[in-house]
Design a protein around this ligand. Structure first.
Ligand SMILES: Cc1cc2nc3c(=O)[nH]c(=O)nc-3n(C[C@H](O)[C@H](O)[C@H](O)COP(=O)(O)OP(=O)(O)OC[C@H]3O[C@@H](n4cnc5c(N)ncnc54)[C@H](O)[C@@H]3O)c2cc1C
Length: 401
């Protein structure tokens, strides 16, 4: 049986970025995707500066920027009191050529990367091929695949599980997915009504003990852009009722104005988890992206950290496969990426959610006052941005041996 150097399970944004990075470095790669196309659903849509810089190194940053919206300022608000703090990424313009959050739908990145992959004869995407599991020995990994012609086996030197939150690669590895699931679900809808008319920046988090809200602008097929709005939904509510148009309309009206009828071209509800796989590596098999870690979307860190995984792992794999670096370099992938996921991505996204939903008036006031003080102090403001834009997490990962 032919042995492919690298097989990737999953052609989501993380699997595709990993594939492009490997192909450009000269490593042959096969991607298995269970769907018959690149998934187009509306999910993550925020790219932080280090991610945009990484995508530049793959030659796809400029195209992505041309399709996205630049959001240099974002806000924390209180639903009753209004603006609490406005953060301005221009304050860290000395640290990145891209001092903004780039807002663009993740499937646009997937399409751009898939297009770039077509120019590499050493990369192949096999659609309608579902990874069913694997076995590994000292020399490689045998991947079981359900393809259009039935079940087959594909042999690889290395396997990357980039097959999302329900990853079969992670399940086969048998590593724990440590963490918890929030009791409430997130309702996410979209409207074309321009929230800038209400004083919002392109991204804002609105604290409220009863119903926090998060908004972010997306280019969609615009102009005009659309605004995605997220609300928490109690565990007792029926999903069909939540997704009924009168209910969604009432949520948007409650947030904006009961006097208006808003157009709502999109709505969905989903369950939110904070989990990190205990191991990102088992000998020749690796986890990356949502297969390795999931978190709430408040702060826009999930997809970004998945892309950081892909870039980190593929650099090390190429060093080992092409340049004779020792195998234990690959253990550093787990140490670096696992550590920063726990210390930064999980910690920050959990803190963001708790800030928005805090019910104790004293704690609430204290936290919001801290944010007011942070933006008033240039150094503190910069440090806050270095953390929230994920520059700190990339730096920290690079320090870990
Ligand atoms: C409904 C929803 C909304 C979200 N909203 C946000 C948001 O607003 N902000 C944010 O930061 N993040 C959000 N996320 C998270 C974000 O979308 C993920 O972090 C991101 O998609 C991770 O990319 P990935 O490539 O690791 O996984 P995925 O995008 O899940 O891609 C996995 C790919 O693997 C394929 N696959 C799965 N199993 C197999 C198999 N066995 N064999 C072959 N292929 C397989 C899938 O079809 C898919 O193409 C959201 C997630 C969901 C589910």
């Amino acid at each position: 049986m032919q042995q492919h150097p690298v097989v990737i399970s999953g052609a989501g944004p993380v699997g595709l970025v990993a594939a492009l990075s490997l192909a450009q470095k000269g490593v042959d790669v096969v991607i298995l995707e269970k769907e018959d196309h690149i998934p187009q659903d509306l999910r993550a849509g925020t790219f932080h500066p280090p991610t945009v810089e990484m995508l530049d190194t793959l030659g796809v940053g400029e195209t992505l920027r041309s399709r996205g919206l630049r959001v240099p300022e974002w806000q924390v608000r209180d639903r009753k009191e209004g603006l609490v703090a406005q953060f301005d990424l221009n304050l860290i313009a000395d640290l990145t050529p891209y001092p903004f959050r780039l807002h663009v739908e993740q499937h646009k990145l997937s399409s751009i990367v898939a297009e770039a992959l077509r120019e590499h004869s050493n990369a192949r995407v096999l659609f309608s091929h579902q990874c069913l599991g694997y076995e590994q020995d000292d020399d490689g990994v045998t991947v079981r695949v359900q393809g259009p012609g039935g079940t087959e086996e594909i042999r690889a030197s290395y396997l990357i599980g980039a097959d999302g939150a329900h990853s079969i690669v992670r399940k086969t590895m048998g590593t724990e997915f440590e963490g918890f699931t929030w009791p409430e679900r997130f309702l996410v809808c979209a409207t074309r009504y321009d929230l800038r008319a209400e004083g919002y920046t392109g991204n804002a988090y609105i604290a409220d003990p009863d119903e926090w809200v998060a908004i972010f602008i997306q280019p969609h097929d615009g102009p005009p852009p659309i605004w995605r709005i997220a609300f928490p939904i109690g565990p007792e509510m029926d999903e069909n009722e939540v997704l009924s148009m009168p209910f969604v309309q009432s949520k948007v009206q409650g947030f904006l104005s009961p006097e208006r009828e808003y157009d709502i071209p999109y709505k969905s509800i989903y369950r939110v988890h904070q989990r990190v796989a205990k191991e990102f590596r088992d000998r020749r098999v690796f986890l990356a992206g949502d297969a390795a870690h999931v978190n709430n979307p408040l702060g826009g860190m999930g997809l970004n950290s998945g892309i950081h995984d892909a870039m980190n792992l593929t650099e090390k794999l190429a060093q080992v496969m092409l340049h004779g670096a020792p195998d234990d370099l690959l253990d550093r992938y787990h140490r670096q990426r696992h550590t920063v996921n726990v210390e930064y991505v999980q910690a920050i996204t959990i803190r963001n959610k708790r800030l928005l939903e805090e019910r104790d008036p004293k704690v609430r006031k204290q936290r919001l006052d801290e944010l007011r003080a942070t933006v008033a102090d240039r150094q503190a403001h910069r440090q806050f941005l270095i953390n929230s834009s994920m520059i700190a997490s990339v730096r920290r990962a690079n320090e870990i041996q």
